[in-house]
Write a protein that binds this ligand. Structure first.
Ligand SMILES: NC(=O)c1ccc[n+]([C@@H]2O[C@H](COP(=O)([O-])OP(=O)(O)OC[C@H]3O[C@@H](n4cnc5c(N)ncnc54)[C@H](OP(=O)(O)O)[C@@H]3O)[C@@H](O)[C@H]2O)c1
Length: 327
């Protein structure tokens, strides 16, 4: 089997390697991987020191064989690994953090075969292609988690057109919410409207986009912000949120000091998000199947062109998700 490993040789430092296909032991499942997808996190990991690590958290494939005692899946099932391999249900535990696929000491999905514990897999919706399903584990589950409890008729603000934000737009629209979305590109704004955004704002042209959101909502502000920006966007996000509204803090695309006074003055809920559990992944898949949603795949790269896929994700040109086909 072929697989990629990270090295210190520049960015992303992908090295193609060959290994024997492993055999599943007790409770394990051998998955023939079909597609993987990139997240912003994978760029940060590739820039760090992760020598020998198989990269990427997100991947899907077909069950090739199962070890003794496995009843959860069977040969031929279409499956995805869960992002935090140890987080099955309930609130996240501190120890779960170290189990993120494709980071720390946990090998990821950019390989033709991978062994998983049966408990750490979910089956994927039948109507999704391999490429679409490969985008579910991180961006999809994160957006799902950030929108937990959203009610029809509520208002949501999404920032930019990356993987998490486009999922959040799709979920929020399907839940009956009204979405305002930002982007730095006029062309991408048009695509946001086609996906169901009620209004868009170019955050490069309107640096006061938080105030613009308030005006668009009759001076009230949105119920919820899916906050992928971090330090450089939080001030505007606080301005954009209604009194007692919720800011779901997900990302670190920007940096800078944050004034927390608006959180107090507006009695905001500031909720940190860490992807999600297996239970959330399963609930999201049921929702995606029921609503026949299709994740937005921007581009699919061949396995041999994995480096180009990283460079493309890094360029920020994408709208939605960048995928690698593992033929
Ligand atoms: N906490 C978690 O569990 C978790 C999970 C997933 C992701 N994240 C984080 O969430 C962030 C987004 O991840 P992703 O994988 O969705 O990223 P991505 O696909 O790489 O998204 C990049 C997009 O973000 C937008 N963007 C960049 N700077 C922006 C700014 N100043 N204001 C608004 N939008 C901006 C751009 O959209 P336009 O081109 O439209 O301007 C850009 O194309 C990252 O920081 C990532 O680390 C965290």
């Amino acid at each position: 089997m072929k697989l990629y490993q990270l090295s210190d040789a520049g960015f992303p430092g992908l090295t193609l390697a060959e290994q024997d296909v492993p055999q599943p032991g007790n409770g394990q499942v051998l998955v023939r991987m079909r597609a993987a997808s990139l997240n912003y996190r994978d760029l940060m990991i590739a820039k760090g020191t992760s020598n020998g690590l198989v990269p990427l958290s997100d991947g899907v494939g077909e069950v090739e064989s199962v070890g003794d005692g496995v009843t959860r899946v069977k040969r031929g099932d279409r499956v995805a690994g869960i992002f935090y391999q140890d987080w099955i249900d309930g609130p996240m535990k501190e120890a779960d953090f170290a189990s993120g696929l494709g980071g720390g000491a946990v090998n990821g999905t950019l390989a033709q075969y991978r062994l998983f514990d049966a408990e750490r897999l979910v089956t994927i919706p039948d109507h999704l292609s391999w490429a679409e399903a490969a985008t579910l584990p991180c961006a999809g589950v994160t957006a799902w988690n950030a929108l937990l409890g959203l009610q029809p008729g509520q208002t949501v603000l999404t920032l930019g057109t990356g993987g998490v934000s486009i999922y959040a737009l799709q979920f929020a629209v399907a839940m009956g919410a009204s979405v305002i979305a930002t982007s730095s590109s006029t062309h991408k704004e048009e695509r946001l409207i086609k996906l169901g955004a009620k209004a868009t704002i170019n955050y490069r042209e309107r640096e006061d986009w938080g105030q613009v959101v308030r005006e668009m909502t009759g001076g009230v502000g949105v119920d919820r912000v899916v906050e992928v920006g971090g330090g450089g966007t939080l001030a505007n996000s606080f301005t954009a949120t209604r009194q007692c509204g919720e800011v779901d803090l997900i990302g670190v695309l920007t940096g800078g000091p944050v004034n927390t006074i608006p959180v107090l003055m507006k009695a905001l809920v500031l909720r940190g998000i860490q992807v999600g559990s297996r239970a959330m992944f399963e609930a999201m898949n049921a929702f995606i199947a029921a609503h026949r949603l299709h994740p937005v795949v921007d581009r699919v790269f061949a396995f041999a062109d994995a480096t180009e896929a990283y460079e493309y994700q890094m360029s920020g040109q994408h709208f939605g998700k960048v995928v690698i086909d593992i033929a």
